[in-house]
Design a protein around this ligand. Structure first.
Ligand code: G6P
Ligand code: MG
Length: 222
């Protein structure tokens, strides 16, 4: 029996995955390390410093900077990002999400958030969706970045629900891996290729159906 849903934020609740991409792309451009959306799939769900490391490795520049310089580069990206998210309003909640959250609530299930972002509370606040979440776990309280399961396990723990009774919702490869490593049922939002390890895949948030997902969970668990 499913007892809780645990949502990723960026790219699931709102399209901040695009803002992270644009902010990294700008920094990449400044460093002379261009990259495309396909490479960006590897950055989704991954912490700020780990994302920077992956971009520097792509350009073979990982040894060109001191730890302090890397901190400064990550801060620079975050400044671009913070500028982009000032524009967020409740109209930026992705299609179908509010209805989906209401359906989960109507069935008496708990709702948590597992985000790798240190900006999660600011984004949730700007979207005005905090009322739907019983608990939000953000990057500040976890030691290990997705694909490590820590952030999902921590969310289940504070919700007081066993991992096997949770359904995780993600748009990142690293995020789906984290959900599966936590022993949860995974819903992937995105392409079949990127979401290959998810138990259920939908192309977009508008296709998230409470009935279909819970039926798939029941069939999987039986
Ligand atoms: C989320 C996003 C990643 C981002 C990470 C850290 O997981 O999907 O793209 O790098 O959070 O975000 P932050 O806001 O802390 O830099
Ligand atoms: Mg995401």
């Amino acid at each position: 029996q499913v007892q809780a849903f645990i949502f990723d934020l960026d790219g699931v609740i709102t399209d901040t995955a695009e803002y992270h991409y644009l902010a990294w792309k700008q920094l990449g451009g400044e460093l002379g390390i261009p990259f495309d959306r396909e490479f960006n799939e590897q950055l989704k769900g991954v912490s700020r410093m780990e994302s920077l490391e992956r971009i520097l490795a792509l350009g073979n520049r990982q040894h060109d900077f001191t730890a302090e310089e890397k901190e400064a580069l990550a801060t620079k990206k975050n400044e671009h990002y913070k500028e982009l998210i000032t524009k967020i309003t409740p109209a930026d909640v992705l299609p179908g999400i509010t209805e989906f959250l209401r359906a989960i609530r109507a069935h008496g299930l708990r709702i948590g958030m597992a985000s790798a972002s240190k900006n999660a509370f600011v984004v949730v606040d700007r979207l005005g969706v905090q009322e739907y979440f019983d608990h939000i776990v953000d990057a500040a309280t976890v030691a290990n970045s997705k694909p490590h399961p820590e952030v999902f396990l921590r969310a289940a723990e504070v919700l007081g629900v066993p991992a096997e009774a949770c359904i995780g919702v993600e748009d990142a490869e690293a995020g789906v891996e984290a959900i599966k490593a936590a022993g949860m049922f995974a819903v992937g939002v995105g392409t079949k290729e990127a979401m290959a390890k998810a138990d259920v895949v939908v192309a977009g948030t508008a296709e998230l159906s409470y009935e279909e997902i819970v039926a798939a969970f029941a069939a999987h668990t039986r």
